[in-house]
Design a protein. Structure first.
Length: 266
């Protein structure tokens, strides 16, 4: 068997151009996803440190001015507010909450209720979670607090609706994200803060709603995700290398001259 000529080798390499370009595009995407997960890991760690630090502030801070709220500076700050709940303007937002069994989630609603402050302004309060069977306020009447009350919790900006989250239907009262401006408009509220308060775990009368749903131990699996993408990138390199070597060997075999005929046996 003779070696392939330079022209034949060039032809073999040309046949690999398209697969190589496709592999390079996929490789760039996989590496980009891995790098993005590392960036997300750093962001998540900073966020967790920030939430933990602000959740331990003592004493709780007063509410920031409505027109000076800066999410980058003020979100997750521990605050305290005093006022009266407007129970007739309660809004239920679909959601899940951890169940009593690890790994099991409860379906239900987050109870978002306007708190009318002493100066007439209003701030929305996510009072906590109720299971589906307690959707009707009459079934948790003890928790429908009347009169002046004080709420302690953490500031959150309006929750942006993700791509796969259904759109709200204010006419039927179906909400799937805590949209401060949308809920305020649907309930005909004026002078509403551009943020809401996530109530802490201070028990409500009757036990419901159950506050303290904002977890400071947020999952941080971005390093595992990064290893997955980088591992797939390495697999792609290995697969393409094996494919290219096999293709070049096959081309060499096909281009080799036929061997001399075997002489007949005596």
């Amino acid at each position: 068997m003779t070696a392939a000529s330079p022209a034949e080798r060039r032809a073999a390499f040309r046949d690999l151009v398209a697969p190589a370009l496709a592999s390079l595009v996929c490789l760039a995407i996989l590496i980009g996803l891995g790098v993005w997960q590392l960036e997300r890991k750093a962001w998540k760690e900073a966020l967790i440190d920030r939430i933990v630090a602000r959740s331990r502030i003592e004493p709780p801070a007063p509410l920031p001015a409505f027109d000076r709220f800066d999410p980058a500076r003020d979100e997750f700050e521990r605050v305290r507010a005093t006022g009266r709940f407007l129970q007739d303007k309660e809004t239920l937002v679909h959601g899940l909450a951890p169940g009593d069994t690890p790994g099991r989630a409860l379906q239900g609603y987050y109870v978002v209720t306007p708190l009318r402050l002493d100066d007439g302004r209003t701030v929305l309060v996510n009072r906590g979670f109720v299971p589906t069977e307690l959707k009707d306020p009459a079934r948790r009447a003890a928790g429908q607090v009347e009169g002046e009350t004080t709420v302690t919790g953490m500031l959150r900006q309006s929750e942006v609706r993700a791509m796969f989250v259904p759109a709200p239907n204010p006419q039927t009262g179906e909400w799937f994200n805590r949209d401060v401006a949308g809920i305020a408009a649907a309930k005909d509220l004026a002078g509403v803060a551009p943020y809401l308060i996530e109530a802490d775990a201070t028990p409500n009368p009757g036990g419901w709603p159950k506050g303290g749903q904002l977890r400071v131990d947020l999952p941080n699996n971005h390093l595992q995700y990064a290893f997955t993408w980088f591992g797939l990138a390495l697999c792609l390199v290995g697969v393409f290398t094996a494919f290219a070597l096999r293709r070049l060997r096959a081309e060499a075999v096909e281009s080799a001259p036929a061997s001399a005929a075997t002489p007949p046996r005596p």
